[in-house]
Write a protein that binds this ligand. Structure first.
Ligand code: URA
Length: 337
């Protein structure tokens, strides 16, 4: 039926609903019995009858389905720093409170918070290949006056590791004791956990690009010998260093970025919140989908299955976004039944 055929809803709403219904049918044909809608989409759908009645349907964007081919999905990114609307499949809804519409999240107000509000100095790179460009960024970070000038970071720089052509990029907060010793991100206990996650995805650590927001280990109490104690970087430290990871993203142009933990999410997306609120949905940074998930050190602290299950749910979404094959065995890891 078209808008001219006597329906009350404008044509584009009907088109959007037809596409949405087609996506759901596609899921059904693929054998899926349920889909899960992010809260924003659920709210929009609840509003539909009112909008149709008021003839104000022009304000309703079509919900974006999760499974169309990747190019299609990536061509309609959400505004920077804002979660993308998505229909998700087979993943049980996370147990978290829905956001009150009266209390918008920071990314609901473009310009007031989120990436729109932050000025990040663009960096020039040298070289032809991605590896050369990344090396030129590492050289600049070594002499980062804003970082070193704070006096709160240690001297040894730890830049990044991995494949400069990677489709998947992990971003942590800052190097710790082991990372500083070996001058490589994520090589301590949390790094070993991250490597296990990467392997569970059917990938090798060398396939991935791994970096941190802050390139120097944060000092504790200003002492020279702080032993293995680590601390999270401050907002000030992240603000001084964030231009490097942004420039790395511009060089690598991965298909998906994973922010490990709330601190990394804050540094990367300029949003504040708990991982519980941010995870299991894609944000958009430079038109690249960003998944926020728990930091591997959280999994080391948490003995139960719950944390691992949530990280794995997030990684399944990342694998789908990358178009990676997912076996039944992989789908079943940490499943409740
Ligand atoms: N934690 C991080 O966030 N980054 C590392 O490199 C190591 C631990």
């Amino acid at each position: 039926m078209t808008g001219e055929e006597g329906g009350t809803a404008p044509l584009h709403l009907k088109e959007a609903l037809t596409v949405f219904a087609q996506c759901l049918e596609h899921q059904q044909r693929a054998g899926r019995k349920s889909v899960w809608l992010v809260p924003e989409v659920r709210e929009q759908l609840k509003e539909l009858p009112n909008l149709i009645r008021r003839g104000a349907a022009a304000a309703v964007p079509a919900p974006e389905a999760e499974t169309p081919p990747q190019k299609e999905r990536r061509s309609t990114p959400a505004p920077e720093g804002r979660p993308r609307a998505a229909v998700r499949e087979e993943v049980p809804p996370p147990q978290r409170p829905e956001r009150e519409s009266a209390a918008p999240a920071p990314w609901d107000e473009p310009g007031s918070a989120g990436l729109g509000a932050r000025k990040i100095e663009p960096l020039q790179t040298r070289g032809e290949t991605n590896a050369e460009k990344i090396a030129s960024l590492a050289e600049q970070a070594e002499h980062c006056a804003a970082c070193r000038g704070l006096g709160t970071l240690r001297d040894i720089m730890v830049f990044s590791v991995g494949n400069p052509q990677a489709e998947l990029m992990f971003v942590g907060e800052a190097p710790g004791f082991e990372e500083e010793k070996q001058r490589e991100p994520f090589v301590g206990p949390a790094g070993q956990k991250l490597t296990q996650i990467i392997q569970a995805m059917g990938l090798k650590r060398e396939d991935i690009y791994i970096s941190n927001i802050v390139k120097f280990r944060p000092k504790i109490d200003g002492v020279k010998f702080q032993g293995p104690k680590n601390r999270k970087p401050t907002r000030e430290e992240m603000d001084a260093a964030v231009k490097y990871v942004m420039a790395e993203i511009d060089v690598i142009r991965p298909k998906v970025i994973v922010a490990l933990g709330a601190t990394a999410a804050e540094g990367l997306l300029d949003v504040e919140g708990s991982v519980g609120q941010m995870r299991n949905q894609f944000y958009s940074l430079k038109n690249i989908p960003v998944m926020v998930t728990y930091h591997p050190s959280y999994l080391l602290r948490q003995q139960g299955l719950r944390g691992r299950r949530m990280v794995w749910e997030d990684m399944l979404m990342v694998m789908e976004e990358l178009g990676l094959p997912i076996s039944e065995k992989q789908r079943g890891y940490f499943s409740k039944s």
